[in-house]
Design a protein around this ligand. Structure first.
Ligand code: PDD
Length: 287
């Protein structure tokens, strides 16, 4: 029995549908031994996946970046996700997909002739409530200690795990990470900065994971007439921001109203957030 999960939920493991409580992977799986795998998280509302195509395209990019060849095509991935969502009976939920290099004798080099391990589960997801939307989140700044391929959605998440724990121990919700004095991202979210009415995001590249909400925020900013710029953002600019926000599949878009134990702007969610939030909600409602 695994605590705090629905052990009876059906999950997909290597072509089979089985109970989560019964799903087992070998101790020699390279995901377990080396963190040698990739994943993605697709949110769904009322049982309908949100931007699934973009999430699956990113999964394919992550696999190809680390040389995992998986026999499943886009249509099969879609079928697996839709089938698990339908069987779960859940409305708002998220599909977690993981692919590792498979099971082999422990040796760092890629094994030959090994099939990847493919796993997918669907779990309930509670949308950010009024308290979070109106109160916002707190964050502290922290050095980014991770590797230089943060653009790959790898299951090797130790740097992200330690960053989140640092936030928890500091009594805040998340960290905002900096590399060489410039903003990268949160522990599991992208960070957005508002200065003088302009929405800023750090450049796409190897130093951060390009969230599916990256292009979405660009799209929403354009729709709302909010000027948008992607450029290097210094620690000082973050500290002096009018507004800060984070985005992820599960947090959607949320304001960060306290940074380094100081209020951000007025200390309440700002006007740029309010417009982007409304535009985001409208996209979900239109699903
Ligand atoms: N994390 N950056 C990092 C390091 C992330 O882990 C995530 C998402 C994002 C935002 O990406 P997206 O908008 O596609 O969710 C950015 C997921 C939700 C997770 O690990 O659970």
């Amino acid at each position: 029995m695994i605590p705090n999960v629905d052990n009876d939920a059906l999950v997909y493991l290597n072509g089979e549908l089985i109970r989560l409580g019964d799903a087992k992977v070998s101790v020699l799986d390279r995901g377990f031994i080396f963190g040698d795998g990739v994943y993605d998280v697709v949110p769904a509302y009322g049982g309908k996946p949100f931007r699934m195509d973009a999430h699956l395209a990113r999964l394919e990019r992550s696999m190809s970046a680390i040389g995992i060849q998986c026999a499943l095509g886009r249509a099969e991935w879609e079928r697996i996700v839709l089938d698990l969502i339908a069987r779960s009976g859940l409305g708002d939920c998220m599909a977690y997909i993981q692919v590792t290099r498979g099971v082999a004798k422990r040796d760092h080099g890629f094994p030959q002739g090994v099939e990847p391990t493919i796993f997918c589960m669907v779990s309930p997801f509670k949308r950010p409530d009024a308290a979070l939307r109106e109160g916002g989140l707190s964050a502290i700044g922290a050095p980014d200690l991770r590797w230089l391929r943060c653009d790959i959605k790898s299951v090797s998440l130790l740097g992200n795990v330690l960053a989140r724990q640092q936030a928890i121990e500091a009594g805040v919700d998340d960290v905002i990470q900096f590399r060489d004095g410039h903003l990268t991202e949160g522990s599991a979210a992208n960070i957005w900065v508002v200065r003088s009415g302009e929405l800023l995001a750090p450049p796409r590249g190897n130093l951060l994971l390009e969230g599916i909400r990256y292009s979405l925020m660009e799209e929403l900013a354009l729709e709302c007439g909010i000027p948008f710029q992607m450029r290097a953002i210094s620690e000082a600019e973050v500290a002096a921001a009018d507004e800060l926000m984070l985005t992820s599949a599960t947090k959607e878009v949320l304001p960060i109203t306290r940074y380094n134990h100081q209020p951000v702007g007025e200390g309440t969610p700002g006007p740029v957030y309010a417009r982007l939030r409304a535009a985001y909600d409208a996209k979900i409602a239109a699903l």
